[in-house]
Ligand binder design. Sequence first.
Ligand SMILES: Cc1cc2nc3c(=O)[nH]c(=O)nc-3n(C[C@H](O)[C@H](O)[C@H](O)COP(=O)(O)O)c2cc1C
Length: 192
Amino acid sequence: MTIKSDPIAYFQQLYAQVENVPLSNAMSLATASSDGKPTVRMVLLKHVDERGFVFYTNDLSPKATQIKDNPYAALCFWWTTIGFQIRVEGTVTQVSAQESDAYFASRPRNSQISAWASKQSQSIKTTALFQKKVALVEKKFHNQPIPRPSFWSGYLITPSMIEFWENKIHRLHHRLVYHRKQQGWSTELLQP
Ligand SMILES: Cc1cc2nc3c(=O)[nH]c(=O)nc-3n(C[C@H](O)[C@H](O)[C@H](O)COP(=O)(O)O)c2cc1C
């Protein structure tokens, strides 16, 4: 399969061109409630391979709750140095416990601690109170390796659609869309 016939390989080829650009792994993640109300926020792409796109989060967060109720998501990247917008749509599943464990183990200790300390997106009276929670977690795991919290894991977006939008002069932007077929992908060009 040539790179152009495989959108994930094409994504990886472009991603390699922006790997030194700060936050080139930042992507907006759109999810929706079961009654169709959308929410969008940034997350970090931590892994991409032939399966799709993986990010990590708190399993009790609003985004994870929406994914549980409605396991579809959309992603959007904007890579300004090469003038590409990449949109992805697909289904969402949790990655295996082993995959989440391996990634969690690779994180800086302070990030591991804050994953334990945070009831993500729940309200808290003051920042000082959250710092107290962090200190308690530090104390609990003092001088020990920190295991992955049972409420924190990776999510895989298996793409059914990937669009590459390339900035061109005079708004003659190039838009190439891939749709997943039973076998392989179909492609079409869209007007800008
Ligand atoms: C650049 C950037 C990267 C982020 N990466 C993540 C991430 O990888 N995982 C995560 O849970 N939150 C990440 N966040 C925070 C989310 O945008 C969001 O505030 C948080 O996950 C709560 O979202 P929710 O209430 O919709 O679940 C990131 C924020 C920014 C600005």
